[in-house]
Design a protein around this ligand. Sequence first.
Ligand SMILES: [Zn+2]
Length: 390
Amino acid sequence: MTAELNRTDADALLKQLASRQSELLALTRALVETESPSGDEDGSRAVVTLLADAARNLPGVTTVERLPVENYGEHLRIHLYADDPRDTHTTLLLGHTDTVHLRGSLGLRPWRESEGRIYGPGIYDMKANCALALEALRACASVGLTPARPVVLLLTCDEEAGSNSGRALVEEEAKRAEHVLVLEPSAPGGRAKTARKGTGMYTLMIKGRAAHAGLDPDKGASAIHELARQIERLRSLADAARGTTVNVGVVSGGTRSNVVAAEARAEIDVRFNTSAEALRLDEAIKTLRAFDERTQLTVAGGINRPPLERNNGVMQLYEHARRLAASFDYELGETQVGGASDGNFAAAVGAAVLDGLGLDGDGAHADHEHIIAADIVPRGALLAALIATL
Ligand SMILES: [Zn+2]
């Protein structure tokens, strides 16, 4: 990670990206106008067809693989500059083709350009970034900056649904990779994401004993009263200084106000910055003991995504990216965020990960989802420079 970018090469990349902006936007528009919510098999296959067709003309491409996934569609894996698909020390570009926007969203919120912003369902998270990755790869070849390492572009189709099938593939490729560049949207202002919290989800079920609230209150053991005390205990597991949060987001239980509740349950979301905190929370939640021994607690769930920790590997990668960007007067900030991505899985297997390399914009998963058009050229050049110099 020592190679720098001289001004001539930087200018050549910027020029190349600018010359391809209309093609990039045409592909982005085709992707956005092909709706692909997670679990929509036809939509998934259709966007993969668009991307696979575009990838076949790219210089350096050795294989384009469409990997079918039951109930979701297809993952897409593209190898470039690779002699052998089992090559190690690769640069992995990681993204996804599914969106959270239900089929029909496009009719309500069609492609629209206004005041330098381009709107459309899934454009920012992350269809424009799929197109950007292809153009960044093309730019490397066009200006003669052939990457020194094999490059893998992996676009999964179930990231927004928790990566049930994508996870193993992400981990497999991340283990082989020297660096992982995650194409997730940047934070506002184009900032890269140098840390993401890990997440866990639990359900706490409490069984008590029903009784008449007036006649025999002592014969009952209230699951709801027990739950109330457990909620306080759960809240005490949060640690603001460490960024650990615990949210009891759903509760239910009981049948009538004059019946001591026989059952209650709560759904809990936890987030943490470190694996140590994940272990502490997981253990504490799984070993919750009843205050009222006549009630029984059962806990389901567990850690869902490990944290993407801001370690040396991440910060070196970020510093390298920041310097590359500065070489053409583009400022790359960084931040840490609470939401998780497939970058979390890549980091957990030990890869150096830089996340949030996608375009500047706003409104991921929301109605006003958009990208900033002026960011396309410098962001594409930055991505190309990273691929070429790592
Ligand atoms: Zn995403």
